[in-house]
Design a protein around this ligand. Structure first.
Ligand SMILES: [Zn+2]
Length: 178
C-alpha cells in the first residue's frame, strides 16, 4: 500500500535506513554520491533516531494493546503492525496512535533536512499557512502577525501539536462528509 509514495511515515523511516544509515546499499543509491555520503556523526544520529522511533512505537502499541502480535523485524512494516494491533481500540486511542505515527513521519522528514514539510500544515491557532520551522527551538513558529497570544508573542508549536491538529482536522473532514 502507498507504493511509490515516499512521504508516508513508513516510507520516510525506510528511506532514513537505506539512504542515511547504509549509504550506497539502498535501492536509490544512485542518488548517494561519495561527496554526499553522510558522515559518521550523522549516521550515528540517524541510528539513534530510528531506534528511538521504533522503541516509542513499540512501547505505545504494547501499552494500549498488550495482546499484540510480535513486532515484525522489517522496518517498513512497523507502522502497519502498530495500526493492525490497535485497530480494535476506540476512536480517541486510534486518533492518538495516528498522531504518534504522523508526528514520527514529520520527525523523519526534518532529520532528512525536509523542514518545508511544516509549511504544508495550517497553523493550529489561525489556520493560515504561516508556519515555519525553527531548528534551534525544534518548534514551528506562526509568522502571521495577527496570530499571537495575549502578550503579543507568536505562537509556537511542537511536532506533536502539529500532528495532533493534522489528525483532528482529518477526522473533522470525514465527519462533515458523512
Ligand atoms: Zn497562526
Amino acid at each position: 500500500m502507498h507504493a511509490g509514495d515516499d512521504t508516508t511515515p513508513a516510507a520516510r523511516l525506510q528511506m532514513l535506513h537505506t539512504e542515511y544509515l547504509q549509504p550506497g546499499r539502498g535501492p536509490q543509491n544512485e542518488r548517494v554520491t561519495t561527496s554526499t555520503t553522510p558522515a559518521a556523526p550523522l549516521r550515528l544520529a540517524v541510528y539513534d533516531h530510528i531506534k528511538a522511533a521504533v522503541d516509542e512505537a513499540t512501547a505505545h502499541t504494547r501499552t494500549v494493546a498488550p495482546g499484540a502480535e510480535p513486532r515484525p523485524t522489517e522496518l517498513a512494516s512497523l507502522y502497519e503492525w502498530v495500526v493492525a494491533s490497535t485497530a480494535h481500540l476506540d476512536t480517541a486511542r486510534q486518533q492518538a496512535r495516528d498522531a504518534l505515527i504522523y508526528r514520527q513521519g514529520l520527525e523523519h522528514a526534518i532529520l532528512m533536512g525536509d523542514t518545508a514539510v511544516i509549511r504544508r500544515h495550517p497553523c493550529p491557532a489561525c489556520s493560515t499557512w504561516s508556519l515555519f520551522w525553527r531548528t534551534e527551538r525544534r518548534q514551528a513558529i506562526c509568522v502571521n502577525r495577527h496570530c499571537t497570544d495575549g502578550d503579543g508573542t507568536s505562537w509556537s508549536w511542537t511536532l506533536a501539536q502539529i500532528a495532533h491538529d493534522h489528525i483532528a482536522r482529518g477526522l473533522a473532514t470525514v465527519s462533515r462528509a458523512t
